[in-house]
Ligand binder design. Structure first.
Ligand code: GDP
Length: 312
């Protein structure tokens, strides 16, 4: 299908066209330039909500409960589940339908898994483009769910308008939270599995850690909520607070600042990918040649980098 037609159908919210466009992103298709140019004027409306947390904390269950709550308010929702550790695409964690079985037949819910293909900066490059597709497709809320490993929480916080950090009792979360830098990135903290022993303790520990954390948007005091994702308890409150954060971010200018930062990262990722491709495809020999000369100490790495930039 030609790009203009595909874009038109995606904008009408047709799931197949949306899925096809996200596949183009995953495949780094050469059509993306045309796709993004056509989509960009129709974006900026969706509320991008990042959901992150350690494996097993209840992200999938919580996302599903969140979708249920948002749907009951009549909102159209897309879920982009990102697995930063897997090189496979399309349902890398589990089949999309299995993950979100309750919503599989709802035409106003779109669910998709995406994984980095292993190329450098893969997710920071692909995620904003996939989000642009979903935004232009008219979803009111786009939930980006990611496994909290390594730097991924911080990356997702850079991608979302509102970041939800999930914790649960019995997972050594206090220490994990401090280590992973999540104390700085959450706009909303949710203690899931509130039906289990120790939930109150996690809440208290987190609150006291948050008081000591150095946060950038200190005008926003992140709420700490409790949920039981398996029953939906507390999820309505999460939605209320998500909306509050969005309204605050709009009014305070924080949303605009975040979006500019995000655009900056995206431009950089696209430019770097283009440069790498050029060195690899057009002038791979030149890079190999320079590498040999630096390794054998015939050339210093700065001079080699200058030479590479000049030829590209
Ligand atoms: P994820 O790895 O973070 O996506 O976690 P999942 O959503 O797959 O949940 C991990 C396990 O915790 C599953 O067996 C869920 O049924 C269970 N679970 C999720 N939320 C709750 C909750 O609020 N209470 C209890 N008791 N179990 C939960």
């Amino acid at each position: 299908m030609p790009v203009p037609e595909l874009v038109e159908q995606a904008r009408e919210g047709k799931a197949r066209a949306v899925a096809r466009l996200i596949s183009l992103v995953e495949d780094e298709s050469s059509d993306l330039r045309e796709v993004m140019a056509a989509l960009t004027p129709h974006t900026g409306r969706a509320h991008v909500v990042g959901v992150t947390g350690a494996p097993g904390v209840g992200k999938s269950t919580s996302t599903s409960a969140l979708v249920t709550e948002l749907r009951s308010a009549g909102r159209r929702v897309a879920v982009l589940a990102i697995d930063p550790s897997s090189p496979f695409s399309g349902g890398a964690l589990l089949g999309d339908r299995v993950r979100m079985g309750d919503h599989a037949t709802d035409p106003d819910v779109f669910i998709r898994s995406m994984a980095s293909r292993g190329h450098l900066g893969g997710l920071s490059w692909a995620t904003p483009q996939a989000l642009r597709v979903l935004d232009a497709a008219g979803f009111d809320v786009v939930v980006v769910e990611t496994v909290g490993v390594g730097q991924s929480e911080v990356e997702i916080a850079g991608t979302a308008d509102t970041t939800v950090v999930l914790l649960a009792p019995g997972m050594g979360d206090g220490i994990q939270a401090a280590k992973a830098g999540i104390l700085e990135v959450g706009d909303l903290y949710v203690i899931n599995k509130a039906d289990r022993d120790g939930a109150q303790q996690v809440k208290r520990d987190l609150r006291s850690m948050l008081r000591l954390a150095e946060r950038t948007d200190d005008a926003w005091d992140p709420p700490v909520l409790a949920t039981v994702a398996t029953t939906g308890e507390g999820v309505a409150e999460v939605v209320t607070r998500l909306d509050e954060h969005r309204a605050w971010a709009r009014e305070s200018g924080a949303l605009e600042r975040r979006r500019e930062r995000r655009a900056r990262d995206e431009i950089e990722a696209i430019a770097l990918t283009a440069m790498r491709r050029r060195w690899g495809a057009v002038d791979g020999d030149r890079l190999d040649d320079l590498a040999r000369r630096v390794a054998s100490r015939g050339l210093d790495p700065y001079a080699a980098a200058d030479a590479l930039m000049e030829t590209s």
